[in-house]
Design a protein around this ligand. Structure first.
Ligand code: FES
Ligand SMILES: [Fe+2]
Length: 375
C-alpha cells in the first residue's frame, strides 16, 4: 500500500523522528566549537567530524563557503557523507534526495511522481552555522531540537598583534569527559610532576606562587604579570627583546584558554580549546602565533617540538587518569590550587541556570582575588 500525502503545507510523513542525543552529557550547547582543520577539507570532498555526540558532514562549496550538516539523511538516516557532493548540493546515496549544502533545504526527491503534492522545499536536513578562520572549521552547535538564533555570535578568533606573524597548530585527543580536559588545562599544580624537563622546570624548582585573578565575561583572567622565573621560554623572550616579559591568561566558557605574552615589540598569543567529541572523549586544539620574525626558521620547529612534548605529557597523564575514572571514584578539589577548576564548574552551572530562568548570569567571583599555591 502506498501512502499519499494529503495536505501540502504540513509534512504528514515526518512520523519517524530521529532520536535526539542525550541532553544530559554535561555539554554546553549554543557555542562555537572547532570541528576540523581547514586543511582537512580538500576540493569537493566531504569530511566527517563528531561534536558533542552529533555526527557532522562538512565541506566547502564551489564559492568557498564551508558548511556543516548533520551526518544523517532526514529520510531514513543513512549518513549523508556516503553521498555525492557537486559543490553546491549533497545527494543522499540511498534514494537520491538532494539537499542544499548551506541551508540543508531539500531540493529534489527523485521518487516523487507528477501527482505528488509533497512540498519538497519544506524538508530540511539538519544543518549548523559554520565558519572558517585561524585554520579551523568552526561549527555553532545549537541545542538538540532547537534552531540556530537569528544572530549567531561571532566565532572566536586568536588575537594577533602585528601584520606579519608565524602560526602553528597542534591537536591531541584525550579519553575523558570535556570537564576533566578543561580542569587539566587550567591546573597549575601538575606542572612540576607531569612536565618535568631541564628547559622548563623540575620537581626541585617548586616554589610558592601568588597570582591575581579577576572576573571577565563568561570566565576569569590571571591578571598580567611577569611569569615565573624558572621558565626558560619566557627567559628566552626577555633575552631577544631586552625588555620585561609579561603574560596574561584567560579562561572563557565554554572551553577556551587564551594566553598573551608580551615582551617589548615581541608577542606570543596562544589558544587551547577542549572540545567534547563524546562524553568519554575530547580533543585539545592548540594554536599559537608569534612575531619572532628574525628567528623564525629556528623558532618554529623548536617551539613545535616543545609544545608537542607538553601535549603528549598531558595526554599520557589523562589516559592514566581515565583508567581510574572508569570506576567512578570520589574526587576532591582543594584550595587554592584547584580554585580555577571550581570557578569553571560554577561558571558552567550559573550559565545553565541563567539560560533556564532567563535571569542574568551570576558570576561566581565577586571581584579580583589572589590565590596562593606551590608549583
Ligand atoms: S535515506 Fe536518504 S534519500 Fe532515503
Ligand atoms: Fe599540562
Amino acid at each position: 500500500m502506498t501512502k499519499t500525502v494529503q495536505s501540502a503545507p504540513q509534512i504528514a510523513t515526518s512520523t519517524l523522528r530521529e532520536a535526539l542525543p542525550n541532553q544530559d552529557a554535561g555539554f554546553l550547547w549554543d557555542f562555537w566549537y572547532p570541528a576540523l582543520r581547514s586543511s582537512e577539507i580538500k576540493g569537493q570532498k566531504l569530511a566527517k567530524a563528531v561534536l558533542l555526540e552529533v555526527p557532522l558532514v562538512l565541506g566547502r562549496t564551489l564559492e568557498g563557503r564551508t558548511f556543516a550538516m548533520r551526518d544523517a539523511c532526514p529520510h531514513r538516516g543513512i549518513p549523508l557523507s556516503y553521498g555525492r557532493f557537486d559543490g553546491q548540493a549533497v545527494e543522499c546515496s540511498y534514494h537520491g534526495w538532494k539537499f542544499d549544502a548551506c541551508t540543508g533545504r531539500c531540493l529534489e526527491i527523485p521518487s516523487l511522481a507528477s501527482q505528488d503534492k509533497l512540498r519538497v522545499d519544506r524538508i530540511f536536513a539538519g544543518h549548523y552555522p559554520c565558519t572558517e578562520h585561524d585554520g579551523y572549521i568552526w561549527v555553532y552547535m545549537t541545542a538538540p531540537g532547537s534552531r540556530a538564533p537569528e544572530n549567531v555570535p561571532e566565532a572566536p578568533r586568536l588575537p594577533v598583534f602585528s601584520e606579519k606573524y608565524k602560526i602553528t597548530r597542534l591537536s591531541c585527543e584525550l579519553p575523558s569527559h570535556v570537564d576533566q580536559g578543561i580542569i587539566g588545562l587550567m591546573d597549575p599544580a601538575h606542572g612540576p610532576f607531569v612536565h618535568q624537563s631541564w628547559y622548563w622546570r623540575s620537581r626541585r624548582s617548586i616554589h610558592e606562587k601568588e597570582k591575581r585573578f579577576e572576573p571577565i565575561p563568561n570566565g576569569f583572567r590571571m591578571s598580567r604579570h611577569e611569569p615565573s622565573s624558572n621558565s626558560a621560554p619566557y627567559k628566552l623572550l626577555r633575552y631577544f627583546s631586552g625588555e620585561a616579559t609579561t603574560t596574561m591568561i584567560d579562561f572563557v566558557l565554554p572551553n577556551m584558554r587564551l594566553e598573551e605574552i608580551r615582551s617589548g615589540h615581541l608577542w606570543f598569543s596562544s589558544r587551547a580549546t577542549v572540545t567534547p567529541v563524546r562524553r568519554d572523549l575530547c580533543r585539545i586544539d592548540f594554536v599559537a602565533a608569534w612575531n619572532l620574525v628574525r628567528w623564525m626558521p629556528l623558532v618554529v620547529p623548536v617551539f613545535r617540538s616543545f609544545a608537542e612534548k607538553f601535549l603528549r605529557q598531558d595526554q599520557e597523564t589523562m589516559i592514566k587518569q581515565a583508567e581510574g575514572l572508569k570506576y567512578n571514584p570520589h574526587l576532591m578539589l582543594i584550595d587554592d590550587a584547584d580554585r580555577p577548576a571550581k570557578w569553571y564548574f560554577a561558571l558552567k552551572a550559573n550559565l545553565l541556570e541563567s539560560r533556564a530562568t532567563g535571569a542574568p548570569m551570576v558570576h561566581p567571583m565577586p571581584g579580583p582575588v589572589t590565590l596562593h599555591w606551590r608549583s
